[in-house]
Write a protein that binds this ligand. Structure first.
Ligand SMILES: *C/C=C(C)/C=C/C=C(C)/C=C/C1=C(C)CCCC1(C)C
Length: 261
């Protein structure tokens, strides 16, 4: 289903579109100057550029891998592209106001986390038949997790209750990839290389993703005023994105390249 959708998006048009989208967002807002002592702002800046470069990398590398891996690289590139565009906006908000760009952050997650779920599904489908139910269950967990987090961060719900709802959504995702249908498929049918990629991805969803609730905790639940802990929150979320978007894509890229030899 996803495969056929991406099939007609050819390499060059993807890169062209990315550059177009990025160049327009690079000038979003009345860009305040980055100050040399604004370390959180510097992380926003570094990551927005790293995401842009990663996007070009994943799209160009599609040429090197065999057909069944191309969609996975396309999805990795889309994840970094969507995030790069949001990072240009988030960076401007942080640099010019010093406040947390919550709404852009969550719109970004709402698109990129389901794309990462599609990635799981694609890796499994590259080697065996997988029911669509796997994808939908992972998506439900994602929506609950993000709805909880957003309600808490944007002030629609009590920060602690919202945090617990978010944690339950994440727990459901972990259940599905360790003990549910997705977990069983990968344990029984996959060749060794795919199994190790799947295990690595599970580690990412467990430990890499655990960094986000830590950010939330240090941003909202330490008893400090959230305005004064905004720097902690943003620096933790930013580092988490490097791992979970760029490093995650690189893992898939390296499996795809070695499986294509
Ligand atoms: C590319 C962006 C990614 C992979 C974002 C992932 C976000 C999470 C895993 C967020 C998790 C949260 C909880 C588990 C509890 C509630 C607060 C959240 C939304 C930060």
């Amino acid at each position: 289903m996803f495969r056929s959708f991406f099939k007609f998006l050819k390499n060059n048009s993807l890169l062209g579109l990315s550059l177009l989208g990025l160049s327009s967002s690079a000038f979003a807002g009345d860009a305040a100057m980055l100050k040399p002592d604004d370390f959180v702002g510097i992380t926003f800046w570094l990551i927005s550029i790293a995401l842009t470069a990663s996007t070009a990398f994943f799209f160009l590398e599609r040429d090197r891998v065999s057909a069944k891996w191309k969609t996975s690289l396309t999805v990795s590139g889309l994840v970094t592209l969507v995030a790069a565009v949001h990072y240009f906006y988030m960076r401007d908000i942080w640099v010019s106001t010093g406040t947390t760009p919550t709404v852009y952050r969550y719109i970004d997650w709402l698109i990129t986390v389901p794309l990462l779920m599609i990635e799981f599904y694609l890796i499994l489908s590259a080697i065996t038949k997988v029911s669509n139910g796997v994808f939908w269950r992972l998506l439900i967990g994602t929506v609950v997790m993000l709805a909880g987090g957003y309600a808490g961060e944007a002030g629609y719900a009590d920060v602690t209750t919202a945090f617990i709802v978010g944690l339950l959504g994440w727990a459901y995702i972990l259940y599905e990839i360790f003990a549910g249908e997705a977990g069983k498929i990968s344990a029984s049918k996959a060749p060794a290389s795919v199994q190790s990629a799947f295990n690595l991805m599970r580690l990412i969803v467990t430990f890499g993703w655990a960094i986000y609730p830590l950010g939330y905790y240090f941003g909202y639940l330490t008893g400090q005023d959230p305005a004064s802990s905004a720097a902690n929150l943003n620096v933790i979320y930013n580092l988490a994105d490097v791992l979970n978007k760029i490093a995650f894509g690189v893992i898939i890229w390296s499996v795809a390249v070695s499986e294509s030899k």
